[in-house]
Design a protein. Structure first.
Length: 285
């Protein structure tokens, strides 16, 4: 099963550039493309993203993985700053780690303050965690069950205050799978619509979705606080190759050490599509 292979050791580091070196080997998962990530090496401190590297089967074949990381003076002086090295698999692949080292290679070069490192990540999808009924294939995440469940969640990162937009790009499933999912969806939508008509005939409210059946709900949350949410319904998903989810991080949230942004996808039934990309960007107020 995909998941965390190793994590820790939660050590404080002084300002500088460090090289993390991992000696690793692995065997190929069936059906996986050599160019798509099968694992990920993450460097974090609590809710603060520091850096990451996506690992392909070609990387595993080389036997050694390196990642250079900068620790700033501000980070080193922050209370509770401790570096965690996390290696986790994204698909079913056999991995063996024989060594992990961290070497300080240079002093930190002076730079102008820039954007938060999390906002420099071009693609967030590989960094999200998948639910028990979800599956990754060639870099995409699909929901493989008719049971309602969580498809993906994470990454639990802190962000500076501001207005943001997350863009979720959809990827159509294989024709047979999509047809089965749509049949399930339209049957449930028909039941929902009929129930709504009957309620209205009796003078009752038509239902919370006006007779429409949602395929899934996308949320931006932190712990029990919902920042934003959006539903994709059975009847209109074909027109949506992308779903935009705007949200705001307040000053108090950005200063809260326990604030961690989580994207959560709740599937209400089998989905005729998967997700191929998640991009987060700042937007004007």
């Amino acid at each position: 099963m995909p998941g965390v292979v190793v994590c820790g050791p939660y050590r404080h580091l002084l300002p500088g550039t460090y090289r993390f070196r991992l000696r690793v080997s692995g065997t190929k998962a069936s059906g996986e493309d050599d160019n798509h990530p099968v694992a990920i090496l993450e460097i974090v401190s609590r809710r603060e993203y520091i850096d990451h590297r996506l690992i392909t089967l070609s990387d595993l074949a080389k036997g050694e993985i390196e990642l250079d990381v900068d620790v700033t003076t501000e980070q080193a002086l922050s209370p509770g700053f401790s570096v965690e090295t996390r290696f986790r698999t994204l698909v079913a692949v056999q991995v063996a780690i024989s060594a992990l080292s961290c070497e300080r290679v240079s002093d930190l070069k002076p730079t102008e303050p820039g954007e938060a490192r999390a906002l420099l990540v071009k693609e967030w999808l590989p960094l999200l965690w998948t639910g028990h009924e979800a599956r990754r294939k060639n870099g995409n995440i699909f929901h493989s069950s008719a049971k309602p469940s969580v498809v993906f969640f994470g990454p639990y990162w802190s962000l500076p205050e501001g207005n943001y937009e997350a863009i979720f790009t959809l990827q159509a499933e294989a024709a047979g799978w999509a047809r089965e999912a749509l049949i399930r969806g339209y049957v449930r939508a028909l039941r929902t619509a009929l129930g709504s008509i009957l309620r209205r005939a009796r003078g009752l409210p038509g239902g919370i979705h006006g007779g429409r059946f949602p395929l899934c709900t996308i949320q931006a949350i932190s712990r029990d606080i919902e920042l934003a949410s959006k539903m994709i319904f059975v009847g209109n998903w074909r027109a949506k190759k992308e779903v935009a989810l705007p949200f705001t991080v307040t000053t108090s949230q950005s200063e809260d050490p326990d604030f961690g942004l989580e994207f959560r996808l709740l599937a209400h039934t089998q989905l005729p599509f998967g997700f191929k990309s998640v991009v987060v960007r700042r937007i004007a107020a």
